[in-house]
Design a protein around this ligand. Sequence first.
Ligand code: C6P
Length: 417
Amino acid sequence: MHTTAPILKRTLPYDLEAIREDFPILSRRVHGKPLAYLDNAATTQKPRSVIGRIQQYYESENSNIHRGVHYLSETATAVYEDARIRVRNFIHARSEREIIFVRGTTEGINLVAHSFGGQRVTRGKEVLISAMEHHSNIVPWQILCEQNGADLRVIPMNDSGELLLDAYEKLLTEKTAIVALAHASNALGTVNPVRQMIDLAHAKGIPVLLDGAQAVAHSPVDVQELDCDFYVFSAHKMYGPTGVGILYGKENILSSMSPYQGGGDMIKSVTFEKTTYNDLPFKFEAGTPNIGGGIGLGAAIDYLQSVDLPRINTHEAELLAYATKALRGVEGLRLIGEAAEKACVISFTLDGIHPHDIGTILDREGIAIRTGHHCAQPVMQRFGIPATARASFGMYNTIGEVDRLADGIKNVVKIMR
Ligand code: C6P
């Protein structure tokens, strides 16, 4: 059975080749060329240990959890709850009661908008988000505001893609019911000064939700140190499986919230007259969850910790600096998002060339990037563009792949002009 034994860290130096060997998909060819996978902000690839852990679950542990007295059910429950402990340790939460398994970032935000927002975002109140949010951190709040007669307010940003903190301070008023903010932007790469922004909100008694989808796999997160009230993220962007993610919430706030969905596992007792709800975290986990996915997330955390997040961060910062320099040298290339603090995301446009053409031509070279609005249409509107091409790096990317990207972009310019 999987246990919470201490993780053995790899020895220095950062062994890129060994890391790449852990990811079977990285050795495949695409259109006859070696794959250069530079779409990690969309989803990351999965190491053998994660794939193997999920396979092990289905081959030898599969059963429903929290329900049976038989051996397999007890085993599945133990390994699933063990994954919750891994998540708690990974983000430094106080207790497992603060760790809710959800489908991903999107569901986590919808849960908070529905359960917390339903109670607190009343007529005349405001929800404060930023100009660089993913649609997942816009639309749930918009729906809530429309339903409850509240207003959505937006923190503006400058041309580099940095939030304007003076404007932010002014937008924090007695009307603000919650601030919901990207820790790191998927479209621009900006890492927001969330610690400072949380302090400013808390000084006025306003809770803060952080969308950590683009942050957790790139640098260590300590929710107690950040003092955020909610933190959400998806396993599939941190080398884990799709269909599972985490909502962290402070226990006192989660306790005061009504359930999100009703069903099995979230109750203590049900009669036709009255239902009493289960304790945290189960109150928010109605129905059979993605058990294999949760266990896979635990394995992904083990893997991240074995490689070591601070070292991943250093490696990715080197890739980002190298790529930024290389791309700046391409004629007609405009970087979208030049914040001083950036995650390993480079969005760009090429004069007179549609981003989809860039993506398609690079794909023929085996280079996978994302093109489009990246589910952040207001960001595109802010910069007056329909779309960008976006390269995003993970722990396994190499300088050689960045060179291929830069050469590929120069080739796009040659073909299209
Ligand atoms: N961004 C991208 O290519 P889900 O789909 O629930 O796992 O994550 C949604 C989400 C929320 N917030 C941010 C900051 C995100 O980047 C994402 C997902 C992917 O940029 C897919 S659109």
